[in-house]
Design a protein around this ligand. Structure first.
Ligand code: DQA
Length: 147
């Protein structure tokens, strides 16, 4: 299968960004680890990060042409603001899992609402970088059960 991992704004700073909240693992480490895990099970996985809403939307549109089967997305701050990215995911109708490194429900009230969660297959938050691995496992299992 073809999987796409999307990361939103400021996640390029992982490793140095508020490590007490987001951990010490860099985004490159997370992406490399996911790519290896997917490849080891015979799948293809690509990662894309952007600080720009329109680039994430464009990447989601292209995902449909590229026959991406599943998306793992940490929309970062766009989680709480972006009707446009939500609409892009709904438009391409590719199943996705929403990931947050931090437990957004333990944090400021403005982080408690997500424009994505009701459309997501599932949501993982508060487990740090491990959340991405768990999301990948869940995605692969759900793709296998589709066959
Ligand atoms: C985040 C949580 C968001 O509230 C925040 O804006 C982020 C990262 C997380 O991974 O915990 O940038 O999505």
């Amino acid at each position: 299968a073809n999987l796409l991992v999307l990361n939103g704004p400021n996640l390029n700073l992982l490793g140095t960004r508020e490590p007490h909240i987001y951990g010490a693992t860099t985004l490159d480490d997370i992406a490399a680890n996911l790519q290896q895990q997917a490849q080891a099970s015979g799948h293809r996985l690509e990662s894309f990060q952007s600080n720009a809403e329109h680039e994430l939307i464009g990447r989601i549109h292209r995902a449909r042409d590229e026959q991406i089967d599943f998306i793992l997305i940490n929309p970062a701050a766009f989680t709480h603001t972006s009707v446009a990215i939500r609409d892009a995911l709904a438009a391409v109708a590719i199943p996705f899992i929403e990931i947050h490194l931090s437990n957004v429900h333990q944090r400021e009230p403005f982080r408690h609402h997500s424009y994505f969660s009701d459309l997501a297959v599932g949501v993982i938050c508060g487990l740090g970088a491990q959340g991405y691995e768990l999301a990948l496992q869940a995605a692969l299992r759900s793709l296998e059960s589709d066959h």
